[in-house]
Design a protein around this ligand. Structure first.
Ligand SMILES: Nc1ncnc2c1ncn2[C@@H]1O[C@H](COP(=O)(O)OP(=O)(O)O)[C@@H](O)[C@H]1O
Ligand SMILES: [Mg+2]
Length: 258
């Protein structure tokens, strides 16, 4: 059975005002409940895809459609996590997490419970009153994730969220993210240029060509039964990484000839 489609990009092209064509007839379906990674080289249009899904930018041609019930008010059910935590330095952690709710007109008092819940989900319940400068890079990213979760998103868009972190912190946040997804039962579209990260996290990996970006391969992730606690050191994971790497390399080589 194929899971139902949450959002579809249909023949989407995006040309910026300076004439740069970021995407050319781009097709992608995001399925309900999946962890989908967009993997591709820098500048291939990954962030543009996320921004199109979030409605932060419009396609030059083609369409972004939301089949099913998600349609009516889908923007309020989307959480966005950027590459940098982008926290307000003058505000404490709780106030930072409040921001998206505040923008939706929810008072601090009304938001109190949601803020506490979101911080608990990322393991920062004891840091509500801390300021960003008092936190490590990994903790700041957790705050940024809690902020995206405060709107109870059905769709979480993550733009290279762990790229700036050291590997040990990144591995920990990868595991926490998988747990979080299981708990929240949401859909995640995750942008990365790391083969290893995409192979570790995803149910499905969409491999993009260099600009203008197009999906050249869709690779299924490892089945759930293989993704236990020692998945990272397993043979199945190593083979998946090798497979993804081969496809990416082949597609980069093709791109450089054209
Ligand atoms: N607002 C913009 N104006 C002009 N060019 C842009 C703009 N945003 C992105 N681009 C260009 O479009 C291409 C794709 O960008 P982006 O989606 O950020 O790629 P990625 O996230 O894969 O690195 C890049 O060449 C980038 O320089
Ligand atoms: Mg980007």
């Amino acid at each position: 059975m194929t899971a139902s489609t949450l959002v579809s990009l249909n023949q989407v092209s995006k040309v910026f005002a300076n004439g740069v064509m970021a995407l050319d007839r781009f097709d992608l379906d995001v399925r309900q409940g999946e962890f989908l990674s967009l993997l591709g080289p820098s500048g291939c249009g990954k962030s543009t895809v996320l921004r199109l899904i979030a409605g932060l930018t419009e396609p030059t041609s083609g369409s972004v459609t939301w089949p099913g019930s998600f349609d009516a008010d889908h923007r309020s059910e989307i959480g966005f996590v950027f590459q940098e935590p982008t926290l307000m330095p003058w505000a404490d952690v709780a106030d930072n997490v409040w921001l998206p709710l505040r923008l939706r007109g929810v008072s601090r008092k009304e938001a109190r419970e949601r803020i506490a819940e979101s911080l608990a989900l990322v393991g920062l319940e004891d840091f509500a009153k801390a300021y960003p400068r008092e936190l490590s890079g990994g903790m700041k990213m957790r705050v940024s994730i809690a902020r995206a979760l405060s709107v109870k998103p059905r769709l979480l868009l993550m733009d290279e969220p762990f790229a700036a972190l050291d590997e040990i912190t990144r591995f920990k946040l990868n595991d926490d993210l998988l747990k979080l997804k299981a708990e929240l039962n949401c859909t995640i579209v995750f942008v990365t240029h790391s083969i290893y990260e995409s192979a570790y996290l995803s149910n499905r990996i969409a491999v993009l060509t260099p600009r203008p970006g197009r999906v050249v391969a869709e690779i299924p992730g490892a089945p759930e039964y293989e993704r236990g606690s020692d998945f990272r050191t397993s043979r199945a994971y190593a083979e998946l990484c090798r497979h993804v790497s081969q496809i990416l390399t082949r597609n980069l080589a093709d791109g450089s000839l054209s």
